[in-house]
Design a protein around this ligand. Structure first.
Ligand code: NI
Length: 430
């Protein structure tokens, strides 16, 4: 018996608040969970700065990755088992890709990637293909197995059916994070009948389709996704914390490049600041490391770095105002000039942040954001795209919603109400 089919002598289970239990029978999956690169995900929160808005949202990418694995395991072991389109090789590929799909996420990914122009997907690939424990475990299956797993995650795999399980508009990734994030934030959105959806998923040629009888459960899933984006993921307070975090990293990088001498040397950041980041350095970064520096930088000479770190740690966030960049660009320029006169650096203290989401989209080949649509399997065997059958989904299909906010430190402005520039700023902001 080869490594790829080796089972544990006893099934292992993880207790999980969302799926109740996560079941592991395959030796390969158990070994992957034990690698140091996978364990690192325990130190990276799933929702970044959201815990500053919803205090329960402290769950990690480790929890989520196990959850995605469990959903795929249920689909393939329950709904797909024994079907002619399916086999053991696809099963293993799907389970590994599900477990490892977020492996490359860095600490507070959003802000981090933005400031240093990085992409967690590149790091996921690098970890799977590089000199790592994960690569060593995957290679035990077959020499080119790591590459095949990496291709599924990158969506370049020829096995479209497996790709659609891991990334489509109704994939295991989304089904896990919606429910998990709803659970940990405590909101009442984000719930839908996943059991029902899993029961009606079918492999059909090169994609996963949903039996027509499950259409209403899918509608519910799409609405819950829509609600979660606007109520949780794009919450303006979370974005305020993210703005501050982004500016901390930005400031630290700027200072370094201008030969500022740090009281607390940012050793972990050197290769990043120099644009010489190696995989080894990247894997040493986690949220505990970031928070350690933020703690230390509260005592730096640099007023801006000090202030931003203190704000982040004590949750003294920026206030926000609605902002329309198309109409209000003149106002922004005016505000920016007033900030300079009031001696508050607008580069760090006057920030426009935009969030945008497309709740569902039908197939638009060749477009930048090409997405795999959801297909229904009709009773007569025909396959139809969801928005052509569902009026609810049709109503929101292809409609992008964008929200812009202007962030500023209200407390700092209110400290000097007599300053004539501050007076003008406040008049413009209110
Ligand atoms: Ni994910």
């Amino acid at each position: 018996m080869g490594y790829s089919t080796e089972k544990l002598s006893e099934e292992k289970v993880f207790k999980d608040p969302v799926h109740r239990y996560i079941h592991v029978r395959d030796r390969l999956i158990w070994d992957l969970i034990g690698t140091k690169e996978f364990q690192r995900l325990r130190r990276i929160k799933q929702l970044g700065t959201t815990y500053l808005t919803f205090h329960g949202a402290e769950h990690s990418r480790f929890n989520h990755s196990l959850g995605v694995y469990e959903i795929v395991r249920r689909i393939v072991d329950i709904a797909f088992e024994g079907r002619p389109e399916w086999n053991e090789e696809k099963r293993l590929l799907s389970l590994c890709a599900a477990l490892l799909h977020d492996l490359g996420h860095g600490p507070f990914s959003h802000s981090f990637e933005k400031v240093f122009d990085l992409d967690h997907e590149d790091f996921t690939q690098a970890i799977i293909l590089g000199d790592t424990e994960v690569n060593e475990v995957l290679s035990r299956v077959e020499q080119d197995f790591p590459k095949r797993v990496a291709e599924v995650i990158a969506k370049t795999s020829e096995d479209k059916l497996v790709v659609s399980l891991i990334s489509s508009q109704i994939d295991a990734d989304r089904m896990d994070y919606l429910q998990r994030d709803a659970y940990f934030t405590g909101v009442s959105y984000g719930h839908f009948d996943m059991e029902r959806i899993l029961r009606v998923m079918r492999p059909k040629e090169d994609q996963v389709v949903i039996k027509q009888s499950g259409m209403h459960a899918v509608e519910d899933y799409i609405m819950s996704r829509y609600q979660m984006y606007w109520q949780v993921y794009f919450h303006p307070v979370t974005r305020s914390a993210e703005v501050i975090l982004t500016k901390i990293l930005h400031r630290a990088k700027d200072l370094y490049q201008n030969n500022y001498s740090f009281k607390y040397n940012p050793l972990h950041f050197y290769s990043l600041f120099k644009d010489q980041l190696t995989l080894e350095d990247y894997l040493k970064l986690d949220e505990a490391v970031f928070l350690y520096y933020f703690q230390m930088w509260q005592e730096e000479e640099d007023q801006i770095l000090r202030d931003l770190c203190t704000r982040f740690l004590n949750r003294n966030l920026f206030k926000y105002a609605e902002f329309d960049p198309a109409k209000e660009y003149k106002k922004l320029a005016e505000l920016s000039a007033l900030f300079v006169k009031a001696e508050i650096d607008p580069e760090y203290y006057l920030v426009v942040d935009s969030s945008s989401d497309l709740p569902y989209d039908f197939y638009r080949p060749g477009e930048e954001e090409e997405r795999l649509p959801i297909h229904l399997l009709l009773k007569n065997g025909e396959v139809r795209e969801l928005s052509r059958e569902s009026e609810i989904v049709d109503a929101i299909s292809g409609k992008r919603r964008t929200d812009h906010k202007l962030y500023y430190p209200a407390d700092l402005l209110e400290k000097s109400p007599e300053n004539p520039y501050v007076k003008q700023i406040l008049a413009l902001l209110i």
